[in-house]
Design a protein around this ligand. Structure first.
Ligand code: WT7
Length: 675
């Protein structure tokens, strides 16, 4: 989508289509996906001790979950602690699902209080390591106490059930404490990733109508301090938001501005409260959190998750997919600002009473072996990370691994983007020592938890496929008319039945919820991904087929980056596309036309990169800015993205970033085929 009208008219004369090579990296990875046939079965030893130990058992359970969801989920949900039992498992009127209606429960009670009556009371709930090297362990009892105290701080500041609280914290235990404290009193948290800018915070504060923000003075990243409080100050400048209070945790101890009457210190507030805070019984369908994520158009949308179904799915996937138990030390490397941090660092593992490890900083600080050092030191048994990180470790070299004893590991997981077979093999052999099953888990912010994934003690895997649907997930791969495509044919991935942790809406925008997810195919959820199924039934995710980028596992809308670019005074029009990137999966390439009288230069290109970084945050920093005389359009005025993608991938013309490209020339050549 372009943000402004182009000055130049679209090409008039149709001409023969330009011959182009196939997209390089994408094609080669798809090709290796298509020919990948190595099969890895779980070892007999792993299967023997796993909760699900055979394909026959998986199939039996899957069949029941699809054919008798009431029975299956009704039974699984009994493993949660309900204050009031539910009367009905599912009430479904597309697109509105209600799970476990009539039931009441509290998420923080399920994650904390219920573990205090037995040996888990003194077990580590959270193990934390700061980037500079500090260590903290919080037992279930200690975590419970901190959550109760902080919940009382929130109450002191008039936070009530249903109020929205923005959390903008580094990866410190206080992030989990703040989330659980909100859940305890029925406030809805909205965690904003620490890599987002002041403007992004403001958008989220305004859209969610938050009354309170929780932040820290700063956080550590690769040896330097991220100025979190300063970003919050900038976001709240002008005082035109609903925010009344900002609670500041002291982490990095640098000087920060304290706004009288608005800002208070976390540690001081604790002096006014006690540790007694009963959990509020919430309706199963009460909102638990909002988390913003990018779509193909407009600003990020607030994905809404609710209480009972979400918690059940988070707990159940930790149980079956990670096969987590009391002896495990589990480490998910995701930031708490993404859904993975919500479901698989905080809620799922704690609901199950497991030990969850949290690390604040970068994987290559102070050296490239930081992750391996942590695995060795804490004897991590289950490790969950992203393909982009695995590719970085591969590049840094095996010698970093060899320094450490990784033999405690028994299960590995990946998430965020398709994993290329080379990275899968390296992960399997070098990190897992050839003995650990790998669960490649496909899911989304919207799905709340794993959707397509191997079951580690049962599913034979191949490098690069997320394999089979999880319980209750009814997947299909269809063409544009909704007809299932054949084996090995590519189509759109849909989910034909509601599942417990599905999103319940987009905050404040019913219509967008319906339009985005439920309109492409009536009655089915459309995920935005392309996929194919092989002859063994394994699902291979190809990636997004909409205008959403996946950069190092981070989701970004091309429209968002375009809108950031045109907010710069020199820019007339912008179109943003992804280009295959060996390390990050995708890189961001921006095609820009400048306003009359503006000179293009390398300085301007650098300035635009900085500008996008400032508007959205470091995660959105463009890899390349290319100036063009005009953007290629179809006769009906649509930007020819396919063409721009090919140019960005270097298939059509290769130009210096600072030279002005007359894309119109190429546009004229190919425009006949695009309308
Ligand atoms: C998109 C969702 C789920 C938490 C992290 C990302 C891609 C996610 C996989 C995987 C291939 C994957 C999809 C999806 N994706 N996991 N295992 N294999 N692709 O959540 O930011 O909501 O992004 O990430 O394209 O649609 P998200």
């Amino acid at each position: 989508m372009s943000q402004k009208k182009a000055a130049k008219p679209a090409a008039k004369k149709p001409a023969p289509a330009l011959k182009t090579a196939k997209t390089k990296v994408a094609a080669s990875s798809t090709k290796s996906h298509m020919t990948e046939n190595r099969v890895f079965k779980p070892s007999a030893e792993f299967s023997k001790n796993a909760r699900i130990s055979s394909m026959a058992q998986y199939k039996r359970m899957y069949e029941e979950s699809i054919k008798q969801p009431d029975k299956f989920f009704g039974r699984e949900a009994k493993e949660l602690q309900w204050t009031k039992p539910f009367s009905k498992v599912l009430d479904w009127k597309c697109p509105n699902a209600k799970w476990f209606t009539g039931g009441k429960l509290n998420v923080s009670e399920n994650c904390l209080d219920r573990h205090l009556n037995g040996p888990r009371k003194t077990k580590a709930a959270l193990i934390w390591e700061g980037e500079p090297g500090e260590k903290r362990v919080l037992t279930y009892q200690q975590l419970h106490r901190e959550v109760c105290r902080f919940a009382n701080v929130l109450k002191r500041h008039k936070v009530k059930k249903g109020d929205r609280v923005v959390i903008y914290l580094p990866m410190i235990p206080e992030a989990a404490i703040a989330m659980l404290a909100c859940a305890r009193i029925g406030a809805i948290h909205n965690v904003v990733f620490g890599g987002f800018s002041a403007e992004s915070i403001k958008d989220r504060v305004v859209d969610s109508g938050a009354t309170l923000v929780i932040t820290a003075d700063g956080g550590y990243r690769r040896g330097s301090v991220v100025p979190l409080k300063k970003n919050v100050d900038d976001a709240l400048k002008g005082n035109d938001t609903t925010v009344k209070t900002v609670i500041v945790y002291r982490r990095t101890c640098q000087d920060v501005h304290i706004e009288e009457g608005r800002d208070v210190w976390w540690h001081r507030e604790l002096e006014y409260v006690d540790a007694h805070c009963p959990a509020v019984a919430m309706d199963s369908e009460a909102a638990l959190f909002i988390l913003y994520t990018s779509g193909s158009t407009g600003k990020p949308k607030g994905i809404l998750h609710t209480t009972g179904g979400y918690l059940l799915h988070a707990q159940m996937t930790c149980k079956y997919v990670f096969d987590m138990n009391d002896q495990d030390v589990y480490w998910c490397t995701a930031d708490v600002g993404w859904v993975t941090g919500h479901s698989y660092m905080v809620y799922g593992p704690l609901a199950l009473g497991a030990t969850s490890l949290m690390y604040e900083g970068a994987p290559n600080w102070p050296e490239n072996d930081r992750f391996w050092r942590i695995i060795e030191e804490y004897a991590v048994t289950i490790f969950y990370t992203a393909p982009t990180a695995i590719r970085a470790f591969m590049k840094w070299g095996d010698e970093w691994l060899k320094k450490h004893d990784l033999s405690s590991l028994r299960l590995l997981g990946t998430v965020g983007e398709p994993i290329n077979p080379e990275a899968w093999m390296w992960y399997h052999n070098k990190v897992g020592g050839g003995k650990c099953p790998i669960v490649d888990t496909w899911w989304q912010t919207e799905t709340g938890g794993h959707m397509i994934t191997p079951i580690p003690g049962a599913t034979p895997t191949k490098p690069g496929t997320a394999t089979l649907p999880f319980f209750g997930v009814d997947t299909a791969i269809v063409d544009d008319l909704g007809k299932e495509v054949g084996t090995d044919e590519q189509g759109k991935l849909v989910i034909r039945k509601p599942w417990p942790s599905m999103l319940r809406g987009i905050w404040g925008d019913k219509k967008r919820y319906q339009d985005t997810y439920w309109s492409e195919f009536k009655g089915w959820y459309f995920a935005g991904d392309g996929a194919r199924r092989d002859k063994d039934g394994n699902i291979w995710i190809i990636g997004r087929i909409d205008d959403v980028l996946n950069v190092a596992g981070h989701r970004l809308g091309t429209a968002e980056v375009e809108s950031a670019l045109v907010s710069h005074p020199s820019v007339a029009e912008a179109a943003v596309v992804g280009r295959p990137d060996e390390m990050k999966g995708q890189g961001i390439v921006c095609f820009v036309t400048v306003k009359e009288g503006i000179q293009t230069s390398r300085d301007l290109s650098d300035e635009l990169k900085k500008h996008v970084r400032k508007v959205i945050g470091p995660v959105a920093t463009p890899d390349e800015v290319r100036f063009a005389a005009a953007l290629p359009k179809t006769r009906s005025g649509k930007i020819m993205r396919r063409l721009l993608k090919q140019i960005a991938a270097g298939e059509i013309i290769k130009g210096d970033t600072t030279t002005l490209e007359d894309i119109n020339v190429i546009a004229q050549l190919v425009s006949s085929g695009e309308d």
